[in-house]
Design a protein around this ligand. Structure first.
Ligand SMILES: *[C@@H]1O[C@H](CO)[C@@H](O)[C@H](O)[C@H]1NC(C)=O
Ligand SMILES: *[C@@H]1O[C@H](CO)[C@@H](O)[C@H](O)[C@H]1NC(C)=O
Ligand SMILES: *[C@@H]1O[C@H](CO)[C@@H](O)[C@H](O)[C@H]1NC(C)=O
Ligand SMILES: CC(=O)N[C@H]1CO[C@H](CO)[C@@H](O)[C@@H]1O
Length: 251
């Protein structure tokens, strides 16, 4: 009995170590720089701050106070949609972006995981131009990439990266004004009841549903670095979850 309670204690120690290892607070990170105070308030108002904090591997494209005027005359709901297009469900710091080596990559955002995005709306295109600039824009075909990477605000490899970009990325109309299940869409069908707009997702393996899309989309770009880190996360979680079930069933 005492040995099993000792191992239970040990289990909770290891479980909490694993779960707390990822802890970061986007509000606190952005608070360190007054330049992003409005963007920071918007993340809190829309509830996106806590969604970001619940993730383990994420990149936030932050806008400084002189680039957020678009958000002042829109509803909170519309602001939430656009802001969620600025949250990438993977870790990208400046080094990883520059290593794209004049190539482009399609990135999955939190807007895609909301179930409200149509076509390529929930994805953004990051491209390294021939002059070395990294540009971001909607992945909807024909979109202009006019949000430029300025610098890094904060990095906690490989959990969170906050990058400063020059202007907001608009949500573009998907291909075809009236698309009734366009035949060429590479995306899986969205769940039917997407009128309840929520980001609340299970706290466990964050990217199990969205990551394969990234992997498929970036396969051509021949990137391997980001994927291995994610696999490690998933292994750690699998370990914690299976240990948990082991203890549940033993008792
Ligand atoms: C994150 O930081 C902000 C500002 O310091 C604080 O108000 C908030 O409670 C923190 N959130 C969590 C989940 O710790
Ligand atoms: C990303 O945008 C650039 C510039 O518009 C374009 O050349 C490139 O094909 C796009 N990448 C993908 C994967 O669609
Ligand atoms: C991936 O990159 C390696 C070297 O960087 C190259 O040898 C290989 O052919 C590339 N694979 C694809 C599918 O482009
Ligand atoms: C800063 C931070 O939270 N780093 C953590 C990121 O995730 C790894 C596990 O994948 C932890 O070991 C780090 O402590």
């Amino acid at each position: 009995m005492s040995s099993s309670s000792a191992s239970l204690t040990l289990f909770f120690f290891f479980a909490s170590t694993f779960l707390n290892a990822h802890a970061f607070n986007i509000t606190r990170i952005l608070n360190l720089n007054n330049e992003f105070s409005t963007f920071n308030n918007l993340l809190s108002q829309t509830g996106l701050a806590s969604t970001i904090n619940s993730r383990q591997t994420i990149t936030v494209l932050a806008l400084s106070n002189d680039a957020v005027s678009v958000f002042s005359d829109q509803s909170t709901e519309d602001n939430k949609k656009i802001l969620s297009l600025h949250v990438i469900l993977d870790y990208y710091d400046i080094k990883k972006l520059k290593n794209l080596n004049k190539k482009s990559v399609i990135l999955t955002t939190l807007f895609q995981s909301s179930g409200q995005a149509k076509g390529q709306q929930g994805f953004i295109n990051a491209t390294v131009m021939s002059n070395g600039d990294v540009m971001f824009g909607s992945a909807v075909p024909g979109s202009i990439l006019d949000a430029k990477l300025i610098d890094s605000v904060a990095t906690h490899p490989y959990n969170i990266s906050v990058l400063h970009i020059s202007s907001y990325i608009p949500i573009m109309n998907p291909e075809g004004p009236s698309d009734h299940g366009s035949s060429s869409s590479p995306l899986p069908p969205q769940p039917p009841g997407d009128d309840d707009y929520t980001y609340d997702e299970p706290p466990s393996p964050p990217s199990s549903t969205t990551k394969p899309v990234v992997a498929a989309a970036t396969a051509k770009a021949n990137s391997t670095s980001g994927v291995s880190a994610i696999t490690t996360h998933n292994l750690a979680f699998a370990f914690v979850i299976s240990s948990f079930w082991f203890f549940i069933t033993v008792w």
